[in-house]
Design a binder for this molecule. Sequence first.
Ligand SMILES: Cc1cc2nc3c(=O)[nH]c(=O)nc-3n(C[C@H](O)[C@H](O)[C@H](O)COP(=O)(O)OP(=O)(O)OC[C@H]3O[C@@H](n4cnc5c(N)ncnc54)[C@H](O)[C@@H]3O)c2cc1C
Length: 313
Amino acid sequence: MPGTMHPPARRGKGPDYKASQRVARPGLSWHSPGVERALVFADSVSADATARTVGAARVLAGAVDVLDLGATVAEDAAPTLARLAQEGGYAYILAPATARGRDVLPRAAALLSAPYIPGVQGVEGAGTFTRSAHAGAVVEVVRCTPRPVVLTVRPHAFAPAQADETKTEHPDPSSLCEVVGQAQGEGPDLATSRVVVAGGQALGSAETFAGLVGGLADALSGAAGATRDAVEAGYAPNACQVGQTGVSVAPDLYIGLGVSGAVQHTCGMREARCVVAVNTDAGAPMCQIADYVLEADLFDAAPRLIAALRASG
Ligand SMILES: Cc1cc2nc3c(=O)[nH]c(=O)nc-3n(C[C@H](O)[C@H](O)[C@H](O)COP(=O)(O)OP(=O)(O)OC[C@H]3O[C@@H](n4cnc5c(N)ncnc54)[C@H](O)[C@@H]3O)c2cc1C
């Protein structure tokens, strides 16, 4: 393989990288709630993501129920979720921060007149959560005393939990809409995939993007992601966009093919456990945060990687 492999670089996760930001609610103070119950809205996400979300819930609360509404559209799922949350007296209503969770949960929060906290990535205590803000430049600590509170949880932010202690409900949702057809995306869900291969505008065309980014993602049983510039150039669908105005991912392995590493992109992938940058410019910001840098032309490196992975089965 041509190109130079650089040793792992240190990822900037120190205080300079993420300043702490407190969001105070004057006049509100926490009092012991006893056991608080959580309702996890978990349909249309992988079992793994659900287990991880339930893991978060178990830290928050003593009892967790899972609500499965199948593929119900958000307009129907939200009122059903809100009604069951109210009837069950749940303190927390949560879902993975996937496109589905982000679609349904704010609607349910509005119906419940409840606070909504998106993209929770840590739990400091009952009703106290951490989430990143300002494109990941700061970590907010949000304390919330009203109940219920509605939140989405970043997939992979928590260790998996045993899901067998939970009770799953499959109620009939209220029906405002009828689903007449659904397009099923191919491959693993970008937000929850353990491997993400992302490509930038350097790919040059939709065909090349599909062949190299999609091909490498397939070879690794992962999902394809893209920078906004690649999406705007029409190389990849909008749903593939990783970053501030796209999807947040936290895979075990993230590979950036010709991705410069602008802060608007890295704020959506910096929780990845291992980052590999393939770039002709070793000084690109992505190479500064990467664990491994392959300083190489992606048009040479990616086909070789795909071939080697396919050959190894
Ligand atoms: C408000 C706002 C929100 C934004 N939200 C997002 C977002 O959510 N997600 C996002 O991604 N961006 C977002 N952006 C855009 C972001 O600022 C960058 O412009 C974008 O991420 C850069 O995309 P890129 O890396 O594909 O392109 P470029 O910045 O052009 O970088 C191309 C990279 O490819 C490398 N390269 C070129 N040719 C090769 C080759 N043959 N082999 C290997 N490497 C090569 C270059 O060295 C360079 O590092 C946002 C911007 C704004 C202002």
